[in-house]
Design a protein around this ligand. Sequence first.
Ligand SMILES: *Cc1c(COP(=O)(O)O)cnc(C)c1O
Length: 453
Amino acid sequence: MQPSLDDLKRWDREIVWHAFTQMAEYEPLIIERAEGCTLFDVEGRQYLDAVSSLWCNVHGHRHPVLDQAVRRQLDQVAHVTSLGCSNPATIQLARRLVEVAPQGLTHVFFAGDGASAVEVALKMAFQYWRQCGQPRPEKRRYLAFDNAYHGDTLGSVSVGGVARFHQMFRPLLFDVLRLPAPDTYRLPPGVALEGAGDYYLGLVEQALREHHQELVAVVIEPLIQAAAGMVMHPPGFLRGVRELTRRYDVLLIADEVATGFGRTGTMFACQQEQVTPDFLCLGKGLTGGYLAMSATLTTDRVWEAFLGTFEQTRTFFHGHTYGGNPLAAAAGLATLDVFQQERTLERLPALAGRLAERLAELRKLPAVGDVRQRGLIAAVELVRDRATREPYDWRQRRGYHVCRHALQHGVWMRPLGDVLVIMPPLVITCEQLDRIALAVGEGIQRVTADWPD
Ligand SMILES: *Cc1c(COP(=O)(O)O)cnc(C)c1O
């Protein structure tokens, strides 16, 4: 017997423990199906998917090429382990990733989610220094940035820096050398926007000069710190960090779980500054938003340090049961095929342009302190005082209430505090972007007009 709608809602409230959700206040939103950029709930209501189902959908839901690829793979085999074993779909995806990634990333380790991709990079980098040509066992710390987000396993939480998420777990975490986020909206006193890149790079240089001996790697979200509230780095910062890490012989881990697969306008954010990191972490869009899969790409230099006889125990002793899953790999291959077939990256500038026009209008609203955009990643930040950039009291949840308004008007989004995120699938239309911006604008007016301070 089919459960009734009320059953589903009750079970969803009482049994399912939702991620990053206060279950005492949770109101079920149950999506039954989706098509392109539109979600349909169990009561037949429609919503535009303005945040790509949490930043992972790329070519829209139910894309025929992806649907067919997964079905075909299902007719072959659903799962094959990657522990000493392989599958044609997984092999081909690895090869294709090496082709599209920044030059020099020639090996691929698969896992199941973004946090695991970062864990893999952290552990590989650590082990690398213990068994490379001239071992450096004193290297045991990482350098990471304030407000960084690299996932929710303890290693990735250790390098993460979002106090609201991570503070609780502090006693469980390893020690990390931390620098301020290279934020271009909230600059330190006395630093002008034009000088921000040099200022933040100066801090990196000083930290590397003092600590390079003990540093395994620098961990960075290239160009944009996504979960921090779409914090944009100054142009040239990533390039500068790459040059400094080379000079001081520290590895560079680039976490492109959010920025990868076309979001910022190029396939990967690193490519905008001609950077090849030592590790590239991918997730979210890797399967077009279809299936759980992540990948950590690395170089010949790292790979070779792990080669040897069995007795030399240079093996990377790490793995995830579903790493390299063939169904997910088939979705990943199809995602890359669609980038070519539909010339997705070539279509992005027009969409980004349209979004920029709409953002310029939102910027005029008095409560909007900043709008930020890179490709199809955009953020609208609400502030109490535009001049001082003072935030609203977080307990007022204005960002959340804007999204509640948008939901009632057929647009589904999820904010980062008072930062409203617009990050749609890359197949969004100009008309749909207009509708998203309209809902956001009305929502902002709603939460500022008659609201108490
Ligand atoms: C989402 C995200 C992660 C974590 O990915 P999961 O698949 O949720 O584990 C890691 N890094 C960045 C930059 C992310 O945005």
